[in-house]
Design a protein around this ligand. Structure first.
Ligand code: ATP
Length: 562
């Protein structure tokens, strides 16, 4: 079984007595029922079945994306040659391409492949570029290599090119096992044929193991399958070659595929769970018993070659650079959020400036509570406003990026830390620039404490800090949810406590002891305190408003800073 002549990694994927149970509201549901099979190297294996038959469940189980949890039980063995597959191990030799093409809209096709090559391949930049170029050629993507992938808002490459780019993103790393969930969905029959032929060439020429699910293959596509698995209600009704064997197998118990009909259409028509078909299901299962021994025999003949670890990850600093570069391109090509952040800052600063234009500083009426309140209110509003302006875009964008992150994480392109730092380096830029512009306009229009240059710098620093805290909270909120809408819906849960415990709506000293500690959890308390301490460091007001605002906490912080 060992490929002695060439040093090529050959992997057969086998599974025995594979059962997947899930707990539903109506009790237990069996998605896969004690099935066994083999997907051989150098072959393409197509899994067919009607909707809900368990095809995706089988693919997910093979690459260990379904694990035992409280509601899901997976039993049976799944092996790559003689080794049990684990999620970690699979990512060393295999790739899984989901049905949805998860790609960053603002990248070109070539940049997308370059990104994967840079992060997954060893070798010089020139060697990596050459591999990317070969992959582009292989996938017939040369013509559109410099076109943006595009999406909802930007017109980009076609559906077929998108699918091939998605495959190219994985192929560039030359995986030994390639698993694809419905790679032809949404493609016309010719493009679908091209794609499957390409997978066939990949399997045959490079001796890889390719497994995919497919819904309605044309007869051309059917004829190039090496191996077919037909699934009905979580059980196999056929497994083996796609040639005459499958026709004669079903013939043997009375299901005759008409000569002029596409076999795929015929088998799909007898597999769907219509009333007529349901009564035939026991016959199919009985018929499959005859194939059991053949399949078992094939499983026993599987590769015994040891799987060589191809584990390679680029250094963290390199990952960070690559992610930052990509984030920068993303901002440059889709600068709307960046621009909105700056425009919002300018608009809000002018608006606040007009509302509070040259407010009293206490020089006329040092004891005016109204003037003190106006000034403190302005500081407090500024604080909450900065927090919100940084928080909302994060809640909006983080969940939408999480699908890309998860896909790339599964492909082990980078570590979580690198991704976080790489993105942060770029996304933090508007969070620093916007509050500074905001603060400068405020100084001109309102007349805040500019007694010393330190006061001005400290105020701007507090605004930046406030913006960064909002940014941080937005990231926490954004990572908790998959959907932007859900993340945005939690906005009030972040905003209201921050407003309430900021130290202005209710003075911190007046909070009951049992709840006062909570205020330390909310950033507005710190930023409002810092801004007010700074503002009233030099003031005409008597008594100094910091006294009745109860701003003790930040005094030491201010001293440290100055
Ligand atoms: N976590 C789950 N809990 C309950 N039922 C599930 C769960 N996951 C899948 N199912 C059910 O299991 C069955 C098989 O699902 P699966 O996605 O594998 O089907 P499929 O053959 O890929 O279908 P399709 O071709 O429509 O994608 C379906 O009836 C589905 O509703």
């Amino acid at each position: 079984m060992l490929d002695q002549n060439q040093n090529i990694q050959l992997i057969d994927i086998t599974f025995q007595n594979l059962t997947v149970n899930v707990q539903t509201k109506n009790g237990q549901k069996q998605l896969l029922k004690n099935i066994s099979g083999i997907c051989k190297n150098s072959e393409i294996t197509a899994i067919l079945g009607s909707s809900g038959a368990g095809k995706t469940t089988l693919l997910n189980a093979l690459c260990k994306r379904i694990q035992n949890t409280q509601t899901t039980q997976v039993s049976g063995s799944i092996q790559a040659n003689q080794e049990h597959i684990t999620f970690e191990a699979f990512s060393n030799y295999g790739s899984y391409i989901m049905q949805d093409d998860i790609l960053l809209e603002t990248m070109t096709v070539k940049e997308c492949l370059n990104f994967a090559a840079n992060l997954k391949l060893q070798g010089s930049q020139q060697e990596k570029s050459q591999i990317v170029q070969e992959t582009l050629k292989y996938l017939k993507l040369e013509r559109c290599q410099n076109t943006l992938i595009g999406g909802q808002f930007v017109k980009g490459i076609s559906g077929g090119e998108r699918k091939r780019t998605s495959i190219g993103f994985e192929l560039v790393t030359n995986p030994t096992v390639l698993i694809l969930d419905e790679p032809t969905s949404g493609l016309d029959s010719f493009t679908a044929y091209l794609l499957i032929s390409l997978l066939k060439r990949y399997a045959q020429n490079k001796r890889k193991t390719v497994i995919f699910t497919i819904h309605t293959p044309s007869s051309d596509i059917w004829s190039i399958f090496d191996r077919i698995m037909l699934l009905v209600d979580g059980r196999f009704i056929y497994q083996g070659a796609s040639n005459e064997k499958i026709i004669s197998h079903f013939n043997s118990f009375g299901f005759v595929c008409p000569k002029l009909q596409n076999p795929a259409d015929y088998f799909l028509s007898i597999m769907n769970a219509s009333e007529n078909n349901l009564k035939n299901f026991p016959k199919y299962f009985e018929g499959y018993e005859k194939l059991n021994d053949i399949v078992q025999n094939e499983i026993e003949q599987k590769q015994i070659q040891m799987i060589l670890s191809s584990k390679y990850q680029t250094p963290i600093y390199y990952q960070i650079i690559q992610i930052a570069k990509r984030s920068w391109k993303n901002v440059k090509r889709n600068p709307i959020l960046f621009k909105i952040r700056i425009i919002q800052a300018i608009f809000m600063a002018i608006f606040l400036g007009l509302v509070y234009v040259k407010i009293e500083d206490g020089s006329n009426q040092p004891s005016s509570i109204r003037d003190m309140n106006n000034r403190s209110g302005l500081l407090y509003f500024t604080c909450v406003n900065q927090l919100m302006m940084a928080l909302n875009p994060c809640l909006l964008t983080f969940p939408s990026m999480s699908t890309i992150f998860l896909r790339e994480q599964n492909s082990k392109l980078y570590s979580v830390l690198s991704y976080f730092i790489g993105r942060l380096l770029i996304e933090i830029i508007p969070q620093i620039i916007a509050p500074i512009i905001f603060g400068i306009i405020q100084f001109y229009m309102i007349g805040l404490n500019d007694h010393t240059s330190e006061n001005v710098i400290f105020y701007l620093f507090s605004l930046v800090l406030c913006s960064l805290l909002g940014f941080g909270l937005g990231q926490i909120g954004g990572t908790l949810f998959n959907q932007s809408k859900t993340a945005i819906a939690i906005n009030p849960l972040i905003l209201y406590p921050n407003m309430l415990f900021g130290g202005f709506l209710k003075y911190s000293n007046d909070l009951s002891p049992w709840i006062s500690w909570i205020s330390y959890l909310f950033p507005t308390k710190y930023t409002f305190n810092a801004m007010a301490m700074n503002e009233y460091e030099f003031t005409y007001f008597t008594p100094n408003p910091t006294q009745f605002l109860g701003l003790e906490f930040t005094k030491c912080f201010l001293k440290l800073f100055k």
